[in-house]
Design a protein around this ligand. Structure first.
Ligand code: NAD
Length: 371
């Protein structure tokens, strides 16, 4: 029996509601027995932690996170905390976790379930069955480079500076992750950068080519300019499988890819750290892409699929439970095929359900698949 330690951080708003549905899925897996079990700790993060402890994440929660095989994160934030000081705002909890565990690799799959192809803004034939993965570098580049400032010049005009900085090792480690992921999927990797106008892009291109040749010559590598990548994603998204890119382009391209799938409520993500040299295991945090949705929170309306699919990613990448992850993903597809829809993905003639009903239906499909 292998026991996996999970830290569940529901957070705020709908984070709390959709986390309950992940707990339901965990209980379902438990109930079915098998060679794996879970030890689940639950703690506060975001606004809930600010209310209880005055900080967005406590040292105790960080210690639990450090001890866990995977951190399962809901969402943080909401109008209640809009005016707290910047340093203790709800998002500070998430940023602290990302920083402490050096979660540099952000995996954002964009999967278009056939049953939801109509909900996409692109034509059905372009997106039906789409399954791509944007791999975004998360801890470097434009969002962190120094100098980062707005200065008032002598003539009174303001001047803003952001700096895009990458080192060889930062690029190499994310490209290696990209190669590994591509190898486990269709064997095809795109790298998107702007080597035509940015020095950091030149380094991305050169390090990617060298890393690929050294570590994964069996993977098919294609370099693509980031602007062309944005265009090709709309023109013919299924030409891609894994796209690795920097922090800034990854932010934009992953949101673009996300919208092809219909709703924010469908999108899971994973953020992985470097493998521990002794155990080979990476620290990892799994979370839906969406936020705490204050406009619908507390009403049982939230779509729990992004959060449940994030848990499936945790099984795949942190618990070595790929077949259970497949079962969860198939259960989600089946429930959608059966016509169940939360409000965000509702189509006429189908059955509108709330958060709990959707979670229960997915749990029931998991149960019947594993029975
Ligand atoms: P949001 O993602 O919370 O919501 C955007 C829209 O999508 C809303 O209309 C919401 O109702 C809808 N939506 C989101 N998730 C849904 C789901 N699972 N089911 C159904 N509908 C869903 O983004 P926002 O409104 O810009 O931000 C709200 C709060 O969340 C803010 O405080 C923001 O800072 C925070 N936020 C947190 C995270 C995070 O925790 N990682 C990410 C983004 C935003």
């Amino acid at each position: 029996m292998t026991t996996h330690k999970l830290l569940l951080l529901p957070g705020d708003g709908i984070g709390v509601e959709i986390s309950r549905e992940v707990e339901r899925v965990i209980e379902t897996l438990h109930g079915l027995g098998g060679a794996n079990s879970f030890e689940v700790e639950i703690d506060l993060v975001g606004g809930a932690a600010i209310d209880a402890h005055g900080v967005a994440v406590t040292e105790e929660a960080i210690a639990k996170a450090s001890d866990a095989d995977a951190i399962i994160f809901g969402a943080v934030g909401g109008p209640k905390w809009d005016n707290v000081p910047y340093e203790i705002r709800p998002e500070a909890g998430l940023l602290r976790l990302r920083k402490d565990f050096d979660l540099f690799a952000n995996l954002r799959p964009a999967i278009c379930y056939p049953a939801l192809a109509e909900a996409s803004s692109l034509k059905r034939e372009l997106v039906e069955g789409l399954d791509i993965l944007i791999l975004r570098e998360l801890t470097g580049g434009t969002y962190f480079g120094e100098p980062k400032e707005i200065v008032t010049q002598e003539n009174g005009e303001k001047r803003a500076v952001d700096t895009t900085v990458y080192t060889t090792s930062e690029i190499e480690r994310i490209v290696k992750v990209g190669c590994d992921l591509a190898r486990k999927r269709s064997g095809k990797l795109h790298m998107a950068a702007k080597w035509n106008v940015m020095k950091s892009g030149v380094l991305w291109r050169d390090v990617t080519v060298a890393t690929h040749q050294k570590h994964a010559p069996d993977v098919e590598l294609e370099l693509i300019l980031a602007d062309n990548c944005a265009m090709q994603l709309i023109r013919n998204p299924k030409q891609f499988d894994v796209i690795v890119t920097d922090n800034l382009f990854g932010d934009v391209l992953s949101d673009e890819a996300a919208m092809m799938t219909g709703s924010l409520g469908m999108l899971p993500s994973a953020s992985l750290g470097a493998p521990d040299p002794k155990t080979g295991k990476s620290k990892a945090l799994y979370e839906p892409v969406h936020g705490s949705a204050p406009d619908i929170s507390g009403q049982g309306l939230a779509n729990p699929i992004a959060m449940i699919a994030s848990f499936a990613m945790a099984l795949r990448y942190s618990c070595d439970m790929s077949s259970e992850a497949d079962i969860i993903e198939t259960a989600i597809a089946k429930v959608l095929d059966n016509g169940l829809r939360t409000a965000d993905i509702m189509q006429s003639g189908l059955t509108k359900v709330g958060t709990e009903q959707m979670g229960k239906a997915i749990a029931a499909e998991i149960q019947s698949a594993m029975a």
